[in-house]
Design a protein around this ligand. Sequence first.
Ligand code: 5AD
Ligand code: SF4
Length: 457
Amino acid sequence: MSHSDQYTIEDLYQSQHLDRKYFTIVTYGCQMNQHDSERLAGQLKSIGYEYTEVLSEANFVLVNTCCVRESAEKKIYGKIGELKTLKASKPNLIIGITGCMAQKDREKLFQKAPHIDLVLGTHNVHQLVETVKEFEETKKHVLAVWDQAERLAPDVPTIRKGAISAWVPIMYGCNNFCTYCIVPYVRGRERSRPVADIVKEVYELGQEGFKEITLLGQNVNSYGKDAEQNGDFADLLHAVDQVETIERIRYMTSHPRDINDKVIDVIKNSKKICEYFHLPVQSGSNTILKAMNRGYTTEYYKELIKKIRKAIPHASLTTDIIVGFPGETEELFQETLDFVKEIGFDSAYTFLYSKRSGTPAATMPNQVPAEVKQNRLQQLMDAQNDISLEINKRLVGKTVTVMVEGPSKNDESRLMGRTATNKIILWDKRGTEKIGELAKVTITTAQTWILKGQLVD
Ligand code: 5AD
Ligand code: SF4
């Protein structure tokens, strides 16, 4: 009997399978983090790791972290605790922590959780391969956290999660220092990518089959301010609008202070830029806005919305609001409630103020007790939900264009798509729809978060 006869095909497959190395990435936080995870995944793939969704199957687990609120940090420490148990049963498991908490807490992470092997900061995402190799050679904790970013990090291989929609970072960091926010401390100062690089990436994504791109930055309206030859955000939007391989363009996040007439004009006259404005107002009280260092007043914000609605009447508008910022009295909170009712946002992301140590607001007097914050959040959500439903009801009977994204999460017999105004629409699958194509749906039912309808032939 020859040597090879001793093994069945299944044995061979099994042995190869055992040789394979699997990674998984658990991502918390914003779109920028989701995109960083795509760049981390690409690097792991380049050194032979394959992706698995199943945590217990992985030889390498990366936790890409967020520290914008304490609640996120608590959840992440819970996850890191879970990994300790996994490592006990799988001693060769490599555990890496990346993202904003890694940038903030650095070697403290090793002290709190010695089962962590790598800590990689937000400016070091491109160094994953180097750090993995170093760990494999030394089997000692590897810390790679730069205080400051290189102007622009080198390119690394990227594996995109979706097939239709892709993220394209246009700038990194934030210079605003809103008094509650940790982001400028963990993501550094603003750095814009050149227009030509962004346009090239968008063009290539279109060629690969992506239909929609989202331009990402902590404050996209500041795009180009750090490098004058670049042009500004309006110029960039205009340039990306000309890329013929792509169908829809989104962007986030905007700062109300920095969005200008030129941007509104480019969006109005564009072919592909979605008529959707996410403009975080944070508070409807001028006293609080000032304490937050937001750089605008409620009057300014109202004028801005008037301008947008005049230029693009069917545009949708969403916002972020923080309740319980230090010094927010019942009266000042009422101003936020009234403001929200007056503007009529399509929806709002609402947050309890969370003290972030090192930010100016953390040491401000008159911190608001937890139960008061909770109560205000509930009032605000109730008010906003009524408004969202009211606005959505106006769409019943109307026919809207959606980009088909795929089956609904809860019901495979339904498809899900989004309008340019970012409304989520569900309809009974006909079978003729193609993922990534545009379809027309007549709205039959409005709910607070979604709309249901029927496909139009
Ligand atoms: N507490 C609560 N919410 C916060 N945000 C940022 N920092 C904090 C904080 N310390 C919110 C803001 C921002 C969104 C992404 O997170 O509303 O727009
Ligand atoms: Fe934070 Fe303000 Fe920068 Fe947004 S603009 S990331 S809220 S500091």
